[in-house]
Design a protein around this ligand. Structure first.
Ligand code: PMP
Length: 364
């Protein structure tokens, strides 16, 4: 509606308007229960119905195989940077990281506390604008897993397909925080997929872990109970008090994604939105520039710069006046960044590109 802005934030991020309105209508009295979701016992039948439906809808959306467990956790994706090695490795185990941006690097650094990770490829020297060709990777022969960040939120670099660990006992692990549920994914290729909810599927405070069930139960003895996948799997994410309201919101988003026709339909919309934005950047004769190599440009996070960097502050200020907010690039890279997650309507991107063309016409 007209009193809402187009929010291009990287996360917490825009949520679907109909989901917010639905939550609003149910806030005071959830479906005749006489209370809000925030007031319910996490062990009562009402909340159990909410978390069970959320899980089952997510399973439908991502076509998650039976032999995978779905966990609704806390602590953000950052906590998973530690939980993954703690659950899958012994302290002397080797693991590999492909580092295509700052998040992959953070994951690697955290893992160094718990096992022996190696960065087998890093895009840092080129300022994280590409992804290696998989054939050229030198994977560690006895690595327990190969970790990737499927979409680098800050640098706008996204894997379009996935490397396969060369060692057949090794696992592919992916941080999918910023492209979770933005397109179909073959979950069976992964040992673990994890994602913070606050970009594509809900509010911050919920972290989703999808893990092949036979990998559960091997946590290092020092693993805090809250990081042990076995504890959470055995207790169906209800070992302690979960982020109930956040899980409820994720459930509403899953419901909405199913109503849109599922993730292939959602992907089509995302491709279209990204296309018109990248086309505008590439068609600007250098006025706008996206540094990321074309074949790996993110459908979700679009970083761009101005040939005249002195105009950036003005660009951001004028855009905000036209109700387009949070376009400032991450402090580590500067420039602009438009995050165009599932919930960003096409109209939001159309408004942005119209503004960009107008801004260029006035300043070129
Ligand atoms: N990984 C990626 C790809 C991210 O974008 C973020 C957050 N922006 C994180 C990890 C960290 O997530 P959290 O803040 O939920 O810990």
């Amino acid at each position: 509606s007209s009193d809402r802005v187009f929010n291009f934030a990287a996360g917490p991020a825009i949520l679907p308007e109909n989901v917010l309105l639905k939550a609003q209508s149910e806030l005071y009295n959830w479906r005749g229960s006489g209370m809000s979701v925030m007031e319910m016992s996490h062990r009562g039948k009402e909340f159990l119905s909410i978390i069970q439906k959320a899980e089952s809808d997510l399973r439908t959306l991502l076509n998650i195989p039976e032999n995978y467990s779905v966990l609704f956790l806390q602590g953000g994706a950052t906590t998973q940077f530690a939980a993954v090695p703690l659950n899958l490795c012994k302290p002397d185990d080797h693991v590999d990281y492909i580092v295509t941006g700052s998040w992959g690097d953070k994951a690697f650094k955290e893992a160094s506390k718990y096992c022996k990770p190696k960065t087998i490829w890093s895009g840092k020297s080129e300022k994280y604008v590409n992804i290696p060709s998989f054939g050229s990777l030198e994977q560690t022969p006895d690595a327990k897993y190969l970790h990737i960040c499927a979409n680098e939120t800050i640098h706008g670099v996204e894997f379009k397909d996935y490397p396969v660990p060369t060692n057949e006992n090794s696992l592919l692990i992916a941080d999918m925080s910023s492209n979770f549920c933005s397109k179909p994914v073959d979950v069976s290729k992964f040992g673990v997929i994890y994602a913070g909810a606050q970009k594509n599927v809900g509010p911050s405070g919920v972290t989703i872990v999808i893990i092949r069930s036979d990998l559960i139960g091997n946590a290092h003895p020092i693993t805090p109970v809250m990081l042990d996948y076995k504890i959470h799997a055995e207790n169906k994410s209800l070992y302690n008090t979960p982020p109930c309201f956040g899980i409820y919101m994720c459930g509403l988003v899953f419901d909405d994604l199913i109503a849109q026709g599922g993730l292939s339909e959602v992907e089509k919309k995302n491709v279209k939105k990204a296309q018109i934005l990248y086309d505008t950047i590439d068609g600007s004769k250098g006025f706008f520039r996206c540094p990321v190599e074309k074949s790996v440009r993110s459908l979700m996070n679009v970083p761009f710069t101005l040939a005249k960097p002195e105009l950036e502050a003005e660009f951001i200020k004028e855009a905000a006046k036209e109700k387009m907010v949070q376009l400032k690039g991450h402090r580590s890279v500067g420039g602009m960044r438009a995050s165009i997650y599932n919930a960003m309507p096409l109209a939001g991107v159309e408004t942005l590109v119209a503004f960009m063309k107008d801004f260029q016409a006035r300043h070129d």
